[in-house]
Ligand binder design. Sequence first.
Ligand SMILES: [Zn+2]
Length: 480
Amino acid sequence: MAAVEKKPFQRLPTKVIPKNYDLHITPDLTALTFLGKVSVTVTVKEQTNVIKLNSVDIKVSTCHFKSASGTLEGKVEYDETAETISVIFTQQLAIGEGSLLLEYAGNLNDLMKGFYRSKYTTPSGEERYAGVTQFEPTDARRALPCWDEPALKATFDVTLCVPKDRTALSNMPEKSVKDLGDKREIVFERTPIMSTYLLAFIVGEYEFVEEKDKYGVLHRVYTPLGKKEQGKWALEVSVKALTFYREYFDIPYPLLKMDLIAIADFAAGAMENWGLVTYRERLLLIDPLQSSLMTKRRVALVVAHELAHQWFGNLVTMEWWTHLWLNEGFATFMQYHFTHIAYPEYDIWTLFVDETLSSALALDGMASSHPIEVPVGHPSEIDEIFDIISYHKGSSVLRMLHDYIGDDDFKKGLNQYLTKYSYKNAETEDLWASLEKASGKPIQKVSYFPAYVVQSTPIISNTRLYRSLKLYKFGPKPSK
Ligand SMILES: [Zn+2]
C-alpha cells in the first residue's frame, strides 16, 4: 500500500502582519450571497511588494494599500490549493503601519463552514435562511481574506448591514445602530486581540432569555422563535459556569456579554466563539416537559465545555493546530470538573469513566491510535485531529495530572499559565512549565516518560489503565 502523500504546506509569510480588521458584511438572505469590505491595519515589518493572506471561494473586486506615503493599487493572484491570495503591488511597501483595503463577494454556502446558510421554518410554516458562521479551524478565510492562523491575532471591528426585521449578533455588544430604510446597520464594539477562528456573526430570527451574573456579564440564550422557554436550563448553567471559571482561574472574563445560540444546521456539536457560542439545537435546548435527565446533563457538559474555552483557547490560544489536544482535552476535563462541583447529584466522574475514559481506552487499543499531540500542516489534516483521542485521551491524561498535582497547585499553575500568555499563544510545554513551577513536581518528565506516570501516580479506579500504556504516550518530544 502506498503511503498517503501529504499536501505541501507552508505557513503564511510574516513580513506583513495584521493589527486590526474593520469588517463590513452585507448578506443577501434571499439570493444567498454576501458583499464584504475589509480594511486591515497592518504592520509592514520587512520590505516586500506582496501581501499574502488566506482566502477561499471569495472574489475580490478592489484592493488598495494605503500608508503615509500614498495609495497603491494591488493586483490579486489566487492560489486555490493553498487557500491563499497574493496581493501584488508595483512597488515596495513602506515599512511601518498601513492599511490593506479589500472589497469582495462570496456565497452563503451550504457547506456548514465559513459564512453559511442555515434553513429554518418560521412559526407560520415559511422556510427561510439565516446567515451563520463556523470558522474553526480554517474557514474564516471563506468569509473574509485574512491571516487565518491562530498565532496571527488581531482585533476586529464588525459591522453588519441586515434586513430590518432580523436579529444580528457578533462576538461583542452593539456599539451603534443606523436606520437605512428597509435595512439596519449595526456596528459592534471592538473585540479583544484574538485568533481569526474565534470570530463570529449571525443574522436570523431568534428570541432569547437573559440574566446578568454577579460580575455584570449579561448572559443570553438565543433560540428559534417560540422556544425561548427551552433556553432556561442552558442559561442557568452559563451563569454558574462562567462565574465558576472566573473564580477558579482567578482571571476576569474580559467581555460584557455571553451569548449562547441554537443553530438549526450545525456541523460540530458547539463552537466557543468568544462571547457568541454556537450550539446544535439538541445540545442547548431543554424542553422542561419532554427532555430526559440525560439530555439535561449533556447540555450542562457542553455549555461548560465551551465556556472553559473562553479562557483556555480564546484568551490563551494554541500556537498551532499541533497543540489542539491541549485546547480540547482541557475544556473536556474542565466541563466535568465544573459539573461535579455545581451539580454533585449527577455523579459526573462516574459518567466520565463510563463514557470518556473507556472510549479513549478502546480507541487507544487499536493499531490506528495516535499520540495526543500530532504535527499537522495543511488544513485538510486538521479536521482529522478533532477526534476522540484529542478530546477523550487528552482529558483522561489531564485528569490524572490534576490528581497527581492536587487541585490547589493545579489552580495556581493554570492561573500562572493563563496570566503569562493572556492574548497570546502557547504550546504544550508552556503549560507543563507553569504546572511544574506551581507544584514543584516533575510534570515535563511525567508527560514524556510513560513508565514514570504508572509508577508514581495514584491512578483512577480502572486497572485497564495499567495495561494501556499508549494512553500516556505523547509521542516524541517535538524538536524546535
Ligand atoms: Zn472544545
